[in-house]
Design a protein around this ligand. Structure first.
Ligand code: NAP
Length: 317
């Protein structure tokens, strides 16, 4: 039995039918935690994650969604260990490829809107101008192939009422991410070697959550955003090296422990990993901007927002 959030039991959650009902899939993950704490008032949130709920079990997915009867399903569940996916591609395909299809079928059955999160890793990175939603995909990794399979499964389900948000370089509270890795290393090592030939756009989970609600519950008088695929990241672009330099700079500003004295830019080839990554995966976000009338925050500004939140939370503890 999946846990129903906001300290509600299944029966009490059913009692208030005036609220919008949101089924949060992968609810223990980094993005889902931010979504849960930032969901606008008026949502009853149902939490679904391992070990009680498995998105690869189509019968369970349908049964749980029929029981909860959500208006909105947001799928944050995924096998997100990019290098781990290389050795376990069949599991990755079941979780990231089949799971979204089962959720789409359940959404169709219960009349829910589905929001699914995908990734820049569906692209090859060969392009040198921002990727459009309509651009040719060409994943280089098992993770990218499995996430693309998830997009295709939703399309094949026939569910019209869905949004697929592709995002990139995600970080935020409550998850393993690049910012936290660099902060840990900054406290441990005098020198860091960071890849400087991959370019992308960092995305703060707080901004992605706002983007989700901007699409599904627009705070505006015009009609809702058309269904389909959208690209969303923070604006601007950087390399992992430039991202790390800004993290260390802010670590000094916020008086966090830093012993790092030098950050060396290195090539991808100097830091071999099992999964190939796109070298250049910046999104064109004009479709999102036109649909919502909202321009996404710049990446360095959102990184500062994240540091301020970390600082505030550490004082509260
Ligand atoms: N992180 C990034 O840099 C990034 C970039 C682009 C796109 N994305 C996408 O953004 C979304 C959210 O990412 P995130 O970083 O927040 O992910 P995350 O922190 O790894 O959370 C994913 C959650 O899904 C759960 N899960 C895994 N397999 C499941 C299954 N079979 N059934 C139900 N739940 C399952 C995980 O549980 P366990 O922890 O127990 O496995 C975890 O709680 C994902 O779709 C991801 O592909 C992420």
């Amino acid at each position: 039995m999946a846990l129903i959030g906001n300290t509600m039991t299944n029966s009490t959650a059913h009692a208030d039918m005036t609220k919008r009902r949101l089924a949060l899939i992968g609810s223990k993950g980094m993005l889902a935690q931010m979504l849960c704490e930032s969901a606008p008032a008026g949502y009853v949130v149902g939490h679904y994650d391992l070990p009680d709920f498995n998105v690869t079990d189509s019968a369970q997915v349908l049964e749980e969604m029929q029981t909860f009867a959500p208006d909105l399903i947001v799928n944050c569940a995924a096998f997100t260990n990019v290098d781990g996916c290389e050795a376990q591609e069949s599991l990755a395909t079941r979780v990231n490829g089949d799971g979204p299809g089962y959720l789409a079928a359940a959404a169709e059955a219960v009349g829910a809107l589905l929001v699914h999160i995908s990734t820049d890793y569906v692209f090859s990175g060969d392009k040198k101008t921002p990727y459009l939603e309509t651009d040719q995909t060409g994943p280089l990794s098992a993770y990218g192939r499995s996430k693309l399979a998830g997009e295709h499964a939703i399309a094949a389900s026939g569910l019209e009422r869905h949004y697929i948000l592709r995002t990139s370089w995600l970080y935020g509270p409550g998850g393993a991410n690049f910012v936290e890795t660099i902060l840990r290393l900054a406290a441990e090592r005098e020198e860091l070697r960071i890849v400087a030939d991959q370019t992308g756009s960092p995305t703060y989970t707080g901004d992605l959550v706002q983007a989700i609600f901007n699409l599904v519950a627009p705070n505006r008088s015009c009609c809702a955003a058309p269904y389909g695929i959208y690209h969303f990241s923070n604006s601007g672009m950087c390399t992992w090296y430039e991202f790390a330099c800004e993290i260390i700079r802010l670590a000094h500003v916020y008086a966090l422990p830093v012993i790092t004295k030098q950050i060396h830019p290195i090539a991808t080839a100097d830091y071999p990993l099992p999964a190939h990554r796109p070298q250049w995966s910046v999104f064109d976000k004009s479709k999102y901007q036109q649909a919502t009338g909202i321009v996404e925050p710049e990446w360095a500004s959102s990184l500062n927002t994240y540091f301020a939140l970390r600082m505030q939370r550490s004082k509260e503890q």
